[in-house]
Ligand binder design. Sequence first.
Ligand code: HEC
Length: 233
Amino acid sequence: MRSLFHKTIGFCLLGFAVVSCHDKGDPNYQYMPDMYEPVGYEAYGEYEVFENGQEAKLPVEGSVPRGWLPYDYENNPQGYQAAKANLNNPIPYTEENLAEGKALYTIYCAVCHGDKGAGKGILVEREKILGVPSYDDAGRAITEGSVYHVMYYGINNMGSYASQTTIKERWQIDHYVMNLKNKLEGKPEREFEEESEVQTSLLPSRADANLYDDADDVESEQANENNQTETQE
Ligand code: HEC
């Protein structure tokens, strides 16, 4: 009886000794792994079966996210000239749009361009940045289209505002910039327009889309046409 008592105590101690060595950080046994390991692919997992080994696919080239519109003018001198000549502000010149534009202009642009648009913002006064033009600079002769274009892409020392502002906000700022230009040139105030019932597209499609297409493209299109006529014959 006594030896049984000792044996029990001995077993218990041994048991404790074994169990106490177990590291709690170690993963435990999995009896039914299917319950823990998903059978499907994890959204951001790495799997060899996929191209680049990644499960999450990149959007197809040319896909357009919701609420976003592609801007047709390219970031090069030709794109700038085309936007300058052809792109017009699609939102009406209302008191409200102008007031919004003024508020946004004060936030984003006035530090450099100044409240009056004369190129004398606080950063210019403190000589932190140079070469900020006045909006009535005759050599630049800015237009609604060119103002939008430089807000979208930036120009030389001026950065792009495409990520901070929405399309509509850029057009509101645009109205305000043209208003400042008018004032600097001493022209009369532009009359406000009525808010139109018809919803206009915020980025009108380019009517002049082929203006600076590569000449090669045009040639190859013509070549295709020729081929077609040949096969028809
Ligand atoms: C960090 C200073 C800075 C800020 C902020 C800034 N600009 Fe400019 N901006 C410049 C400079 C510098 C130039 C001259 C770039 C060049 O060398 O052509 C310029 C040029 C321009 C031009 C003339 C471009 C042309 O067609 O020749 C316009 C229009 C303009 N900015 C509008 C804006 C608007 C609108 C905003 C606010 C959304 C803004 N800028 C914010 C520095 C700034």
